[in-house]
Design a protein. Structure first.
Length: 137
């Protein structure tokens, strides 16, 4: 199966980079960020175009209250794209795609709604465990 680059809406790309929507639009208009235009003329940002900006983004000691919730002490973080969100009662299943691998997480439906999780958005899986099981393949 060929690698298909996920296209993000500008607001989704801005959120993934931790910048404002106006900043992202400026980057698009000045050519700093490559986009693909839809038949209707709307910009879509290839997920691969975010990688250089994610690596170049400086870490600062100050954060807005909105950013504080995204920063955690856990170091086992894997960034990918949401493949599936399924809410059932109080719980929700969120499937995150990282390359050709998928990670499934069961979280509360309230958390999905609060974070406004949708397929195609960039997200990170954070693992925190005292046990790791290995299966021989």
């Amino acid at each position: 199966m060929a690698n298909v680059d996920v296209l993000l809406k500008p607001r989704e790309a801005a959120a993934a980079l931790g910048v404002s929507y106006p900043t992202l639009k400026q980057w698009i208009l000045t050519g700093r960020l490559a986009t693909v235009k839809t038949p209707g003329g709307h910009h879509r940002v290839p997920e691969s175009a975010l990688q250089p900006l994610l690596k170049a983004k400086p870490e600062t000691g100050t954060a807005t209250s909105r950013e504080r919730y995204r920063r955690v002490s856990g170091r086992n973080q894997i960034v990918g794209t949401i493949d599936e969100v399924k809410i059932s009662g109080l719980m929700a299943k969120v499937v995150l795609r990282i390359g050709d691998q998928r990670i499934t997480s069961i979280i509360t439906a309230d958390a999905v709604r609060e974070m406004q999780l949708r397929p195609g958005q960039a997200a990170a899986a954070l693992m925190k465990s005292t046990d790791v099981m290995i299966e021989r393949l």
